[in-house]
Design a protein around this ligand. Structure first.
Ligand code: FPP
Length: 250
């Protein structure tokens, strides 16, 4: 069967920053009678397979929710397995990221992570920091409320030290205290596996992001699915709270 061409996507208007909630790994596995961890393994492969496809579609950065601050409440063997998988992936994919020009970043309370994960992340971040093809920002031990709390604590510390007045705490200042203020807010937030929730992901940064929810389970989310999400995004009118004239959709 002939493949559909990429012309559906307007590369000039691709979302620069895509955030993904990679949901459905467990369901993918249980439908096949496999352990949940196998679903997470396939989820990691799906993310890897998307990276360069996204770069080819002119996406400049992806923030992927790999482990939330709430995920510690899962059964100990799943938590341990996920941590091992994340550390393993960060180790074995370093060469790939260097070769392919992927820059890795991380968002979350990284200091609370097990030492092997933290140290491997630090090495990856350092050794890929000059890469420019695409940024992969892994959200790990990440919670949107925690990120806002951490920012609020910094601002409160500045007030307590007499460096600023409470009135000087504004959007710009708090934005500058988020984990990666240099990354623009996500244009598009993708959630797989059908759930219509934000689940404590990038609460500050997704104020005006376009949402795309698909029933596809994360391990099955491939380049064609990514193209569908971008085409959907490109059919929207972004308002950022303002009124947009009829017919001005661009
Ligand atoms: C949600 O699916 C997914 C997670 C909690 C983990 C996401 C992790 C990965 C994709 C792999 C690790 C990533 C890297 C970067 C190495 P779920 O388990 O909640 O699925 P379910 O809702 O079907 O049970």
């Amino acid at each position: 069967m002939a493949r559909k061409p990429l012309v559906e996507v307007d590369l000039e208007r691709s979302p620069k920053h895509i955030a993904v909630i990679m949901d459905g790994n467990g369901r993918w596995a249980s439908r096949r009678g496999l352990p949940r961890l196998e679903g997470h393994r396939r989820g990691y492969k799906a993310l890897k397979n998307l990276l360069l496809a996204a770069a080819d579609l002119n996406v400049k950065m992806i923030t992927a929710y790999a482990f939330s601050s709430e995920n510690w409440r899962r059964p100990a063997d799943e938590v341990g397995g996920l941590m091992k998988l994340i550390a393993h992936a960060a180790k074995v994919e370093l060469g790939y990221m260097k070769k392919e020009g992927v820059r890795m970043m991380a968002s979350g309370r990284l200091h609370e992570l097990p030492k092997p994960v933290r140290e491997q992340f630090e090495q990856d971040i350092e050794e890929t920091r000059n890469n420019t093809r695409i940024i992969l920002n892994i959200a790990v031990n990440y919670g949107g409320r925690n990120e806002i709390i951490d920012a609020a604590r910094k601002a409160a510390g500045m007030v307590a030290a007499g460096e600023i007045t409470p009135e000087q705490i504004d959007d710009k200042l708090l934005s500058s205290f988020m984990y990666h203020p240099e990354l623009p807010d996500p244009d598009l937030l993708i959630r797989t596996a059908g759930e219509m929730r934000v689940s404590n992901f990038l609460l500050w940064q997704t104020a005006y992001s376009e949402l795309y929810v698909t029933d596809t389970l994360w391990p099955d989310f491939n380049k064609d699915e990514l193209i569908k999400s971008i085409v959907s995004y490109q059919g929207r009118t972004r308002r950022f709270g303002a009124v947009v004239e009829e017919g001005s959709k661009k």
